[in-house]
Design a protein. Structure first.
Length: 539
């Protein structure tokens, strides 16, 4: 096998093209990757970043996807057209991948111990005590709390960030030569994101591992990448050393991406608006059961005595690490989870109301979930997904009127109205999140819970959606509960910020106050983990 030198890179991709039927999704893409180097593929959703990466391991859906031309060489060995047996040896062993959406990448029926162990058993032959010890070591490396007691957990029992950590542990299990990281920190809070990025850097220095980093987060690119390839519409439009790309971008598209980086200050504080939704002493406790008869021995206090309110035309930002109770709080306020404590909506108590009373109110209380792939039906085209709420609540008149409203909603979130008849799997991760937002906006809600609603979006679309949300808020007086691990985005959109840890509120104040002069050490730690030079977009 050819040795790796500077003149003979670890990975060489030359004139790679990918077609889906008559559509050419990737057009003559070329790049190299040396041992110990980090190359970032940057571009908007649908630019061909993930398709290019999946091609390296031949993971595209053949025969629908084809390679009209190009070459992929690992240490001089051609991978395009390689036998399946050889590709299985390479996958997970020499080249490993962390996928963008952990919930769809993990088997919902198998424990995390079994799923990580499968990789180690296949490539390393580990078993028994050594296998379990290595699994625990990997989970601790990626920051999964109480790793020993989480081995039997199923994916749905973990938060979004915890599932992503499991995916990273699986990818690192066999010390690969190349790690393809497709948005690996999208679902992670800032402190864990910083830990994971540091971990990847440390492992890279220790093992000489090369990293192909796919991301829309330019703050991470600044921190991680040695070189950058900027992609647009399946073409590499600019490539070079990271510092050169950021300091002196040459291509208009690169300059456009950099101009879309969020900048701005929090909205001015105002306490004059009426309260739309409030919770008083809210508690959500999940019982822990043991024994044959399921005796309750303890509780997981996901939300423990939280007081919360959000005003008309304002945004409450809820921040905290994975597992802090942010999402549980949002679901409880919308009565999607049972809870204790009073909940008021439009001056009316709703926590003690039956489902038939709550059903008409659902139009006014909407949520955009964290995982767009899991929240969109794979069996329905986009038009029917967005239309469903209109039909349930009897809005927008006849079929023609509904189609017009759907087209308007898709256009508002930056999607082509002509895509109504396509299915969710035909869209990128960021595009699916835009569909989820459009589904809610068609109902003209009063309160919108946004659970990591822009975390999957590339910078230009993120700026568009944030500005759209602000414009709709100004126009319609919408109240937002904005759940996020991205404090830079929270700073831009929030009037008030609530910091949660272990189900409790540790600090709450106006956005300007809490982000300029935090009082609690936990809040200071969250702020210190934000990548430098990355702040929310000016309107």
């Amino acid at each position: 096998m050819t040795p790796v030198t500077k003149s003979n890179p670890l990975l060489e991709v030359h004139d790679l093209s990918v077609s889906f039927g008559a559509i050419l999704a990737v057009k003559q893409v070329s790049f190299t990757l040396d041992r110990g180097e980090t190359l970032a593929l940057v571009g908007e959703s649908g630019s061909g970043k993930s398709v290019s990466a999946l091609s390296l391991l031949q993971l595209l859906p053949y025969p629908h996807a084809r390679h009209p031309g190009g070459s992929i060489r690992l240490r001089g060995e051609e991978l395009l057209g390689a036998p399946s047996a050889r590709l299985r040896e390479i996958r997970g062993n020499q080249i490993a991948m962390v996928f963008q959406e952990p919930m769809t990448s993990l088997n919902p029926l198998h424990s995390i111990e079994k799923q990580i162990g499968e990789t180690l058993l296949l490539h390393k032959g580990l078993s028994g005590v050594k296998l379990k010890a290595r699994i625990v070591e990997l989970l601790e490396l990626v920051g999964l709390p109480d790793a020993v007691h989480r081995l039997s957990a199923l994916p749905h029992e973990l938060s979004g960030g915890q599932r992503q950590r499991v995916m990273i542990a699986m990818a690192l299990a066999n010390d690969p030569d190349i790690l393809i990281a497709d948005e690996p920190t999208t679902a992670l809070d800032v402190t864990i994101q910083a830990q994971i990025l540091k971990l990847l850097k440390d492992l890279q220095a220790q093992l000489g591992m090369a990293i192909l980093f796919i991301t829309h987060d330019l703050g991470i690119v600044r921190k991680m990448a040695d070189r950058v390839c900027v992609m647009q519409a399946g073409v590499v439009v600019e490539t070079g050393v990271a510092t050169g790309i950021f300091n002196n971008p040459q291509h208009p598209y690169t300059r456009q991406l950099l101009a879309a980086e969020p900048k701005g200050e929090p909205p001015p504080e105002s306490n004059d608006a009426p309260v739309v939704m409030a919770g008083d002493g809210l508690k959500v406790w999940f019982p822990l059961k043991r024994g044959l008869f399921g005796r309750v021995v303890d509780h997981v206090k996901a939300v423990d005595g939280v007081n919360v309110s959000v005003r008309e035309g304002q945004t409450l930002g809820v921040v905290g690490e994975s597992g802090s109770g942010k999402t549980t709080l949002g679901l409880a306020l919308l009565r999607l989870l049972p809870s204790n404590g009073a909940i008021h909506f439009d001056g009316r108590r709703i926590d003690d109301q039956p489902s038939k009373v709550l059903r008409p109110l659902r139009q006014a209380m909407q949520i955009v979930f964290q995982d767009p792939y899991g929240s969109l039906s794979p069996r329905l085209p986009v038009g029917e997904i967005v239309e469903e709420g209109l039909q349930v609540h009897g809005l927008a008149g006849d079929r023609k009127a509904r189609r017009t409203r759907i087209a308007q909603a898709l256009e508002e979130v930056g999607l082509d109205p002509g895509t109504q008849d396509r299915y969710p799997h035909e869209f990128s991760g960021g595009q699916r999140q835009r569909i989820a937002i459009a589904r809610c906006l068609t109902l003209n809600p009063e309160v919108l819970v946004l659970d990591e609603a822009v975390s999957a979006l590339d910078v230009s679309v993120q700026a568009q959606v944030l500005n759209l949300l602000k414009d709709l808020q100004d126009e319609l007086g919408l109240a937002y509960i904005f759940i996020s691990h991205d404090l830079a985005v929270v700073r831009f959109i929030s009037d008030e910020v609530m910091v949660m840890k272990d189900g409790e509120v540790v600090e709450q104040a106006s956005a300007a106050e809490i982000l300029a002069a935090p009082k609690q050490e936990y809040t200071k730690r969250l702020l210190s983990a934000i990548p430098r030079g990355w702040q929310p977009a000016a309107r």
